[in-house]
Design a protein around this ligand. Sequence first.
Ligand SMILES: [Zn+2]
Length: 214
Amino acid sequence: MDKQLQPHEFVAIKEQVIILNKAFNSVNDKNVKAVVQADVVETAKSILPDTEIATDFLNQLPEIATSRQRAERAFKQLAELVTPFPELSANQLGKLFKKVKKLPEPKWENLDRHEMTYLGWNDNGSQKKYIVAPRDGKLVGIYGDFDPKPLNGLCAICHQLGTVSMFLSKVKSRGADGNYTKRGNLICRDSSLCNAQLSSLDHLASFVETTLVK
Ligand SMILES: [Zn+2]
């Protein structure tokens, strides 16, 4: 089967179903409901590939949005179209973090790779966060100090409000030979939650550009 949906697109579809579900539950006006429904179907259509599973999903969208169970079942089917984030071996990870001597391993068994645009995991012992993100068709590794203090704020990666912490990464400062400066970004403490609300790649891309040591 063709895998034609990216994890962030899968998340975007889920968001549309939530929008429609909210409209069904909170709006009384039939016409308003119809407008929201048409809008959601249109948006979902623009994201989904032209396949049988996707067409079925679009046709059933109004019913899918009426209950959580229906939605979960439909998402399970739709997940078959998603190219999951690759499960990287310890060796592959090591190559992405050459300067890290003892790289802790992510807990793959806890991760839903179908809604994972990037891989992020914390090492609470050393207060570090490790990130593997796509850049120009390749994966790059970024790591830095991750403040243990949780804050309420806007995440630089998913651009949603939530529990974030300061991520400090070393970057080479332009023009200065071999000098490093630290760059700080507030990002979600829990990268699984971050991924589950990441429906656009824009902010992730700028985060990677500003934190990657090139
Ligand atoms: Zn986030």
